[in-house]
Design a protein around this ligand. Structure first.
Ligand code: SF4
Length: 217
């Protein structure tokens, strides 16, 4: 039998089936913490989750984005999207200096800088590691088991790097589970592009950090 393009983790399917069969269904909420990199990449994933009975909680944590003005535009678009659907939304900290120290410094030698790494290289791996660890910690704080990321909807990013970061974060934060999923499948990439127009979202022209911006200039 052909496997579905998007597979819901067992812990969530259990919540969904128990919720349907019990009077106190609200006690069996199938919640997911969805780390959102931006509103366009979130749109089709959120729609899919809601249509399948899941309750995404949007977590906006992207200290990689530079400059601050760009960060604020993307953040407010994510908030506008969540509010339009009545979804809960949490604002993560913005500390670009900390991001720089954690991501652009080689963690082994603490000397070599990562500025000249290509996209999909070591800098991006550390960038995903930092954001996924924050997502796992926020999920734990909110009492949500499963976390996922909209980063995995972009064809420009390495799904292997994202999954590596998510699983590593899950292993560091007991009681959490990373939903490793290619969110470009099942028609979601095409739907993302439709929703981008429908919501008239701001559509950024570079990944986020100053090094990815330079590349596009
Ligand atoms: S290019 Fe994107 S993923 Fe890579 S370090 Fe910069 S912001 Fe992070």
């Amino acid at each position: 039998m052909k496997r579905p393009a998007i597979e819901i983790p067992e812990v969530l399917t259990n919540c969904l089936s128990q919720g349907q069969s019990e009077a106190n269904a609200d006690k069996r909420e199938a919640r997911v913490l969805l780390h959102a990199c931006c509103a366009p990449c979130s749109s089709a994933i959120v729609e899919w989750m809601v249509n399948h009975g899941l309750q995404p909680h949007i977590y906006y944590y992207n200290p990689n984005i530079f400059p601050l003005e760009e960060y604020n535009i993307r953040k407010l678009e994510s908030k506008r999207h969540a509010e339009s659907l009545g979804l809960s939304w949490t604002d993560g900290d913005y500390n670009h200096d900390l991001w720089h120290r954690r991501v652009c410094l080689n963690q082994e030698t603490t000397e070599h800088q990562m500025e000249n790494e290509p996209e999909r290289g070591r800098r991006c791996q550390q960038c995903f590691n930092m954001r996924m660890l924050a997502a796992a910690l926020k999920a734990k704080e909110l009492g949500i088991t499963v976390f996922a990321t909209t980063l995995a909807s972009s064809r420009w990013k390495s799904i292997e790097q994202i999954n590596h970061a998510g699983i590593d974060a899950q292993n560091q934060v007991p009681g959490t589970l990373f939903w490793a999923q290619n969110w470009r499948k099942g028609g979601l990439y095409e739907r993302r592009n439709q929703l981008l127009k429908e919501y008239n979202f701001y559509n950024q022209q570079y990944c986020g950090c100053e090094y990815s911006r330079k590349k596009e200039e």
